[in-house]
Design a protein around this ligand. Structure first.
Ligand SMILES: NC(=O)c1ccc[n+]([C@@H]2O[C@H](COP(=O)([O-])OP(=O)(O)OC[C@H]3O[C@@H](n4cnc5c(N)ncnc54)[C@H](O)[C@@H]3O)[C@@H](O)[C@H]2O)c1
Length: 375
């Protein structure tokens, strides 16, 4: 059987090389409201069918859709796709309200199609390497992690043609850590099997660009059910060098820190490598590349060319494997909703002086009476 894929939103083209590197998969349709862009991209990438109207593409002979439109379109487009019997690979974040997240879960469970959130930062090779080391117990019991996304996006609130973009409202028009999944996703994979129980968010106030509702920096603490802690910082306003992929991890037997810039490197410390902890010193992560998952070590040039350090291929491969093997994808609808809800709850928290908010249990709460936001 050939799997036929349709892409909506030009951003979804980041998956194209990945799909094309997999046998039995074809990208047959592209949809975008911008007709000039649509036709130009379809020609450039040799995609046979084009649609301006998304619902028209859903009526075509396709099995799966990639949703690469603005954040506020993700859930309405995912619901329509699921109802039309299509599998969904959705850009981040999953949705923009808590109700949307419950609707999404309901529709995934009802139509029994694969839904995966395309959190590509989980697929960064170093994050996968650390995941492998966590699984093998090299860090002992992990109990603290951090993720940071520092990326000035103020200029993206206006399109080159001068029109205001969706980011003005759905990103910088909101408070809290509106874009948490790049920072949180990889760390949550290191804490696999855990669930976020509480979050609290604080902001710095408005210093650089007070015309936006988003504060310069917002920090959200996520406490897991076990009591372990994850700290995330999102700053899309401050003027400074970018760092979109800073992470750290602490366990009982070792720790890891991603680079902060200026020649800094990924580094690791493991108990037993030094005489005693008083003389503990970092080792470059490169010395531990044997822990990089095999598929990354053996990646072909074609797979590497898919982008984001080969990660853009493996994320697509996992989505396709979940469809062909009829199994859960690695970032399923419940992960997607929990990670996304951090944004939505952090907005309420920061607007209430850092109030601790309880995370709904997206996996277990099936009744409306449990699907609430506790104040
Ligand atoms: N994972 C990542 O690394 C990453 C990076 C960039 C953007 N994103 C995500 O990708 C998504 C798109 O971001 P962007 O920067 O490409 O936005 P954009 O505004 O530049 O592009 C969105 C495209 O979607 C089209 N579109 C909008 N509504 C549509 C509709 N109803 N039907 C068909 N087409 C429609 C627009 O015409 C436009 O071409 C966002 O969700 C964003 O968060 C993820």
């Amino acid at each position: 059987m050939k799997l036929k894929v349709g892409i909506v939103g030009a951003r979804g083209l980041s998956t194209l090389k990945g799909f094309r590197a997999i046998p039995d998969v074809e990208v047959v349709a592209l949809c975008d409201l911008d007709e000039d862009l649509l036709e130009a991209q379809a020609r450039k990438h040799n995609i046979p069918k084009t649609y301006r109207i998304y619902e028209d593409m859903l009526e075509a002979d396709i099995d799966a859709v990639v949703i690469g439109t603005p954040m506020q379109c993700h859930v309405p487009q995912a619901l329509a796709a699921l109802e039309a019997g299509k599998h969904v690979l959705s850009e981040v974040t999953a949705g923009v309200t808590i109700d949307e997240l419950w609707w999404l879960i309901e529709w995934v469970e009802k139509y029994k199609k694969v839904y995966m959130m395309a959190e590509n930062y989980c697929y960064i090779p170093e994050n996968q390497l650390i995941l492998n080391m966590v699984r093998q117990g090299l860090f002992g019991e992990v109990y603290f992690g951090e993720g940071e996304y520092l990326h000035d996006i103020k200029h993206l609130t206006v399109y080159p043609n001068g029109k205001t973009s969706w980011r003005k409202f759905w990103q910088l028009g909101k408070r809290g850590t509106f874009y948490p999944t790049h920072s949180l996703g990889p760390v949550m994979q290191w804490f696999k099997g855990e669930r976020i129980k509480h979050i609290a968010c604080f902001g710095t106030g408005w210093h650089t660009a007070p015309e936006f509702r988003q504060e310069d920096t917002s920090i959200t603490m996520c406490q897991l059910e076990s009591g372990k802690l994850i700290k995330i910082r999102v700053d899309c306003i401050s003027e400074r060098p970018h760092n979109m992929a800073y992470y750290s991890l602490q366990g009982t037997k070792g720790c890891y820190e991603a680079p902060r810039g200026l020649g800094d490197d990924h580094k690791i410390w493991l108990k037993g490598l030094d005489e005693d902890t008083d003389h503990a010193r970092w080792r470059p992560l490169k010395e531990f590349y044997e822990y990089l998952p095999e598929r990354y070590r053996n990646a072909t040039e074609e797979q590497k060319a898919a982008g984001h350090w080969g990660g853009d291929f493996f994320i697509v491969q996992d989505f396709v494997d979940a469809i062909f093997n009829e199994c859960d994808p690695p970032i399923d609808v419940y992960d997607a909703c929990e990670w996304t809800a951090v944004a939505l709850l952090s907005e309420l928290s920061v607007m209430n002086g850092g109030k601790i908010m309880e995370m709904p249990d997206f996996r277990r709460s099936k009744k409306a009476k449990d699907q609430i936001i506790k104040l």
